[in-house]
Design a protein around this ligand. Structure first.
Ligand code: FPP
Ligand code: MG
Length: 336
């Protein structure tokens, strides 16, 4: 497919702005159509829950990333169907983890509305997550073994990351190093797999596949760091869930691990072991919003963004390479 020219990407209201998703518009439309069909089930409650979550307007960041990597690595129209299925598989896995994560976190709001857990309860949302996960691997069955293994390894990392995070909950001894190991598994692993699979499907050489996997890791780490910052900065309308959700649940997010290094009062509040509420939550939020903590968190995210940009700059020039660069930069502007 011929790439759209930069001028065709501009919208009437935002001239000259490159919108990465527009570069792979047709592929993303195919993702949406096929994804929606895969959510259907003989059991109406499963289909209802899956549609409830997936149709709630996620950013489709993972599919956009995969499709841009595929095209930026020279992926042809002939094989694009595989890249579309890889994008769907990763979005299905991501959606499964959100259903399970809201059960674990007792998350009541997701994408600006009651979470599936709040709406349908523990059992139905657990099963719906399992269903999405199985659908993902049904789709993966058309891939070669090494690609299926990459997807499976990402899932193994996701589960281990979630367990590691639970171990560090309400634990004021969790360090920045611990935090990075958790988010490398619980968030970056899926982007790593996406970069690796997409470039492999595009027929890229081993060196490029390795670079795209590293790009995925940097992108995933930056994404989670910015997400953690947004959790304390809000506002609720922007983040689609209550401000301070991580803190309330005792999750060692980026501002939290940076904060406990600096403040004995914060360590005491976090170590309390119970859900942080009311005045304690407000006080902890106030401390975490200290300019030096916010600046430190931004710096760490910016480091990953710079790393990702460096990798993208090494790709051959193309509109897709520019789209990837913009997708990465958009991570920074999410928090202003
Ligand atoms: C959201 O993080 C959660 C994850 C990115 C990973 C969750 C992983 C599992 C529940 C393991 C299950 C794995 C499979 C393969 C089904 P967050 O709590 O920081 O984000 P949030 O604020 O959006 O809830
Ligand atoms: Mg959560």
């Amino acid at each position: 497919m011929k790439p759209a020219k930069a001028t065709e990407l501009a919208t009437a209201s935002t001239p000259e702005v490159l919108v990465p998703a527009r570069l792979v518009e047709a592929e993303l439309a195919a993702v949406e159509a096929r994804l929606s069909r895969l959510l259907d089930s003989n059991e109406s409650i499963i289909a209802e829950i899956c549609h409830y979550l997936v149709d709630a307007g996620g950013k489709r960041l993972r599919p956009t990333f995969i499709l841009l990597v595929y095209r930026a690595c020279g992926g042809s129209d002939q094989n694009v169907d595989f890249a579309i299925d890889a994008a769907i598989a990763l979005e299905l896995i991501h959606s499964a983890t959100l259903l399970h994560d809201d059960i674990i976190d007792r998350g009541l709001l997701r994408r600006g509305k009651p979470s599936a857990f709040a709406q349908y309860g523990f059992g139905p949302s657990l099963i719906a997550g399992d269903y999405l996960f199985c659908r993902a691997f049904e789709l993966c069955s058309r891939f070669e073994e090494r690609l299926i293994r990459t997807a499976a390894q990402a899932c193994i990392q996701l589960t281990e990351g979630e367990v590691m995070e639970s171990r560090y909950r309400h634990n004021a001894a969790a360090t920045l190093k611990d935090y990075i190991s958790v988010i490398d598994r619980k968030t970056a692993s899926l982007f790593y797999a996406g970069g690796k699979v997409a470039s492999d499907l595009a027929g890229a050489p081993a060196r490029t596949i390795d670079a795209m996997a590293k790009l995925g890791t940097a992108m995933g780490l930056a994404f989670q760091m910015v997400d953690d910052l947004l959790d304390i900065l809000g506002p609720e309308e922007k983040i689609g869930k209550p401000v301070g959700s991580d803190l309330r649940a005792g999750i060692p997010s980026l501002p939290v691990v940076l904060g406990v290094e600096r403040s004995a009062e914060l360590r005491k509040l976090l170590q309390n072991g119970t859900q942080m509420e009311g005045a304690a939550l407000e006080r902890a939020l106030e401390m975490l919003r200290a300019p030096e903590i916010v600046a430190d968190a931004r710096r760490l995210a910016a480091e990953q963004i710079a790393l990702a940009r460096g990798i993208v700059d090494d790709l051959p020039a193309s509109p897709y390479r520019d789209g990837l660069a913009t997708l990465i930069d958009d991570q920074t502007s999410r928090e202003v």
